[in-house]
Design a protein around this ligand. Structure first.
Ligand code: FES
Ligand code: FES
Length: 220
């Protein structure tokens, strides 16, 4: 079975199909607006804000933020101390970015924000109003990047796989700005990502092969 396929029920889904299903399932609006203190149901964010002012005046109210995630506009309401990583996972169902160190040291939680690699464990979601965010799921659904995912599988550039989404996102950012990097440039671009399973040397092999395959594809 190719490594990029996953058994779901009785059928096999490719990484791309699975990512597309995850993105399609992302809610554009909160499913319910509920006071996290007393569980009172509110119809709008304004009603929730009024409820906080009246009933919980000493508490910090949830915030309302709009993000564009993987091409989809999402209105979200959440408590202001939550990180972008937490909101992507628990409010939008995007589990691709992983939280390994939770302190900005390993790169496993990397997403792309306004074109730049960003550590999602290290930024409050409340600071991301209006940002355009791409996660590894958003990369997996774009056919252009299939050679990159295939090369990671072919070169076994993963063991437990926990660091892999962060590496793929960092590689995508590199190839966007430099489609023909040298091995040294690849290693420099991935220097903020750590693999505790020891796959580090295989990433440059995989990316160099993906570059060749993508160049052949664009020639054809
Ligand atoms: S989990 Fe974010 S940098 Fe390690
Ligand atoms: S493959 Fe396990 S942390 Fe990298």
């Amino acid at each position: 079975m190719p490594m990029e396929t996953t058994r779901v029920g009785t059928s096999l889904k490719t990484a791309s199909e699975q990512a597309a299903a995850t993105i399609a399932a992302m809610p554009a609006y909160p499913k319910s607006i509920r006071c996290p203190i007393c569980q009172r149901q509110c119809l709008t964010y304004a009603e929730l804000a009024d409820h906080y002012a009246a009933e919980h005046p000493d508490s910090v109210a949830p915030v309302a933020v709009t993000l564009n995630v993987n091409g989809k506009a999402c209105a979200l309401i959440f408590e202001p101390h939550l990180t972008l990583k937490h909101v992507l996972q628990f409010h939008l169902g995007l589990t691709g970015a992983k939280e390994m160190c939770d302190r900005g040291a390993c790169g496993s939680c990397t997403v792309i924000m306004d074109g730049k690699p960003t550590l999602s464990c290290n930024i409050l979601a409340a600071e991301c109003e209006g940002k355009v965010i791409q996660t590894v799921e958003g990369i997996a659904v774009i056919p252009k990047w299939k050679p990159l995912i295939d090369a990671y599988c072919k070169w076994d550039a993963m063991q437990c796989g926990y660091c892999t989404p962060g590496f793929l996102v960092a590689a995508k950012v590199l190839l966007d700005r430099n489609p023909h990097p040298t091995e040294q440039e690849i290693n420099e671009a991935l220097s903020g990502n750590i693999c505790i399973c020891g796959t580090q040397p295989r990433h440059s092999q995989a990316i160099l092969e993906a570059v060749l395959v993508m160049a052949e594809g664009s020639d054809g």
